[in-house]
Design a protein around this ligand. Structure first.
Ligand SMILES: Cc1cc2nc3c(=O)[nH]c(=O)nc-3n(C[C@H](O)[C@H](O)[C@H](O)COP(=O)(O)OP(=O)(O)OC[C@H]3O[C@@H](n4cnc5c(N)ncnc54)[C@H](O)[C@@H]3O)c2cc1C
Length: 391
């Protein structure tokens, strides 16, 4: 029987990654093995994000992976970014979410829509992990339909007055800066950079979660927040700008799902070879083998989809519906794999001493955030039929 590392290369996919891509991936793999896996069950139960790892993550280059070197980033390509997300989510979806939001939502927004002054002020500090970002789009009454957001930005001379609430915001309480979206009186969309501590701006961490427990998910409250126009992102182009960063984060999620799926599969495979029932390893039962093969096949397909999407992205050819297709597929299969792995683990699987049920609980969020499964279905459906189901 092949060892686990050989199984991960069952289809020879390693040959399709460059040395540079594999090098950083392997460094992050070691980091996850040493610094995340031994402790994650405890953090998850306590509902804690491991803030103490932020400086080490910064040192590893996990912030600003694709950002140009001019702003302190590594300037790497999308496949490197994806492989890093895969390794982080092998540890926990909450750790990957922290990095996804900081990189693909917060830093990407400043890099894409910010002025040169804003880029120089925030990005190098964000790369160093001295400033952490979050992204506030969702609201209590605006989830799948962010166009209907209620947060208001009223212009008063050279200032803006912001009022509203953002909900389910990853990194919301630990972040030093928040990118928040609001509508002005003419219903135009604007993005703002809100610094922690500014008058009228506060956050509440949501403590009742039974998913993503090792991640900070918070509510952001803006009560007459007065902010200078220099904190508005000047290069936004309407509602589309709220969605562009999501497309980047969704791309990382597709890879992340491969990581959590591998973690669950490997755990189930190992357990099935060791667990004896009816005087035989449970791996010897045909029903168990079918489960393992189905899981394995789905992971291989999910990873190939990611790799192809990454290479398309490298060439500037990936479209939002390509990302939706893979986000939809990979969250679904990762969730199914995590549940099947838990089934193979039997009662042991319901504890945090094993990983599969923690991943399964986390993946419920991954299936829902950054566009639910249904919303991605509608995006691909529109491409196929040319009919927009939500108009
Ligand atoms: C752990 C976590 C972290 C998050 N982090 C962030 C963050 O950092 N920033 C941020 O802005 N948001 C964040 N979110 C919010 C997330 O993006 C939203 O939860 C998501 O967009 C769905 O919105 P909703 O939860 O309000 O569900 P709803 O929009 O109320 O949807 C409920 C159900 O109805 C379905 N539905 C809705 N519309 C349709 C339709 N037209 N056709 C068919 N079915 C439909 C949905 O698919 C879903 O199954 C996070 C969420 C979670 C759980």
């Amino acid at each position: 029987m092949a060892e686990i590392h050989e199984l991960r290369n069952f289809y020879g996919i390693e040959d399709y990654y460059t040395q540079e891509e594999k090098m950083l991936r392997n460094t992050v793999r070691e980091f996850v093995k040493d610094k995340i896996l031994p402790y994650i069950g405890e953090w998850w139960l306590k509902g804690e994000f491991p803030k103490h790892l932020i400086p080490e993550m910064a040192k590893l280059g996990l912030f600003g992976i694709t950002l140009p070197e001019k702003y302190g980033g590594l300037g790497l390509g999308p496949v490197s970014y994806g492989l890093i997300m895969e390794e982080l989510e092998y540890g926990d979806s909450g750790i990957r979410s922290f990095c996804s939001v900081h990189n693909s939502l917060a830093m990407y927004s400043i890099y894409t829509f910010g002025s040169e002054e804003q880029k120089n002020k925030y990005l190098p500090e964000m790369v160093k992990g001295k400033l952490i970002g979050c992204y506030g789009l969702t609201e209590p009454n605006a989830g799948s339909d962010p166009f209907s957001m209620e947060t208001k930005a009223i212009k008063k001379g050279s200032k803006w007055i912001l009022n509203g609430t953002k909900m389910w915001i990853t990194n919301g309480s630990l972040a030093d800066i928040a990118i928040v979206w609001a509508k002005d009186e003419e219903k135009n969309f604007h993005g703002f950079i809100l610094e922690k501590g500014i008058k009228g701006f506060s956050s509440n961490e949501i403590k009742t979660k039974i998913s993503m427990r090792a991640s900070d998910t918070s509510e952001l409250i803006m009560e007459d927040v007065e902010i200078d126009d220099s904190y508005r992102l000047p290069d936004t182009v309407g509602f589309k700008s709220c969605l562009m960063p999501l497309n980047e984060a969704r791309y990382g999620i597709t890879w992340g799902c491969v990581g959590s799926a591998w973690a669950c599969f490997e755990e189930a495979l190992n357990h099935s070879k060791e667990r004896i029932q009816f005087k035989k390893p449970i791996a010897s039962f045909q029903l168990t083998q079918k489960k393992l093969v189905d899981m394995f096949e789905d992971i291989i397909k999910a990873e190939l989809l990611c790799l192809h999407l990454g290479r398309l992205k490298e060439k500037g050819k990936s479209k939002h519906y390509h990302v939706s297709l893979v986000k939809r597929n990979n969250t679904r299969v990762a969730l199914e794999i995590a549940r099947t792995a838990r089934e193979i683990l039997g009662a042991y699987g319901i504890t945090t001493e094993y990983q599969s049920m923690r991943h399964s609980a986390n993946l419920e969020s991954v299936h829902t955030y950054e566009g639910t499964y249904e919303i991605h279905t509608l995006i691909v459906g529109k491409k196929l039929t040319d009919i927009d189901a939500v108009e």
